[in-house]
Design a protein around this ligand. Structure first.
Ligand SMILES: Nc1ncnc2c1ncn2[C@@H]1O[C@H](COP(=O)(O)OP(=O)(O)OP(=O)(O)O)[C@@H](O)[C@H]1O
Ligand SMILES: O=C(O)c1ccc[n+]([C@@H]2O[C@H](COP(=O)([O-])O)[C@@H](O)[C@H]2O)c1
Length: 192
């Protein structure tokens, strides 16, 4: 089975994440897309980060009606911060018959040369890159790379940071979130 690993903090999952995963589900040869909820991104501080299981529950609820989209808690039991190379090794050992590719926004490709053992990731895995407006440049070493596939799809100007900031400022963010996620965040008073 061909699996696209969509790694993320998902703090919280928003409709942009769903549009991206659904685009890959509909327009690529990936059989499934696993939303891998990351306990701790090595490049990010944890101050506004919700609990792992709360983020996982929102991902579960947001994806449950999509047959090819699955939540994954595989990183919950792995050492933190979570280096993707370690998770890939763990997954490949656990599911030797699967082929794993990565899915990421273009912002992550711009810092990909700083990831642990990124050359090894590229030796063994394809990467699907979703366009995103962000600061910085993609390193030239990644230009026309045979493992890196740029997706031609509508740009989505949405981020979890923007949603968190707007919730804090008391703004209505309902259209940016899956229905369950909006209700859950509202009831729990998160990010206020
Ligand atoms: N609007 C978007 N367009 C393209 N890629 C996106 C978009 N939103 C998120 N992604 C990608 O989805 C993955 C998971 O993202 P993440 O959970 O960090 O969301 P985020 O909106 O970037 O969050 P934050 O604002 O907290 O950094 C990353 O690879 C990120 O690049
Ligand atoms: O492996 C690394 O060196 C590395 C460096 C930065 C980010 N990552 C991973 O990239 C994923 C995207 O994170 P985020 O917070 O942008 O959603 C998440 O799973 C991080 O653990 C991984």
């Amino acid at each position: 089975m061909k699996v696209g690993l969509y790694f993320g903090s998902f703090n919280p999952i928003h409709i942009g994440h769903l549009i991206i995963a659904n685009h890959l589900a509909e327009h690529s040869d990936l059989d499934q897309i696993w939303f891998v909820v990351t306990p701790h991104n090595p490049f990010k501080k944890k101050n506004t980060l919700l609990d792992n299981y709360q983020r996982l529950e929102m991902v579960y609820q947001a994806t449950k009606d999509y047959i090819k989209l699955k939540p994954s808690d595989i990183e919950f039991g792995l050492p933190q911060p979570n280096y993707t190379i370690n998770t890939l090794a763990h997954l490949q050992e656990k599911y030797p018959k699967n082929t794993f590719s990565l899915i990421m926004g273009e912002d992550n490709l711009k810092s990909f040369h700083k990831w642990k053992n990124y050359e090894l990731i590229l030796e063994n895995n394809d990467i699907y890159v979703y366009p995103r407006i962000s600061e910085g440049k993609v390193e030239t070493q990644f230009d026309n790379h045979e493992r890196i596939h740029h997706i031609d799809a509508p740009i989505i100007q949405l981020s979890s940071t923007f949603i968190r900031k707007n919730i804090k400022a008391g703004k209505n963010v309902k259209p940016m979130l899956p229905e369950y996620v909006w209700k859950y965040l509202d009831e729990m008073n998160f990010y206020r």
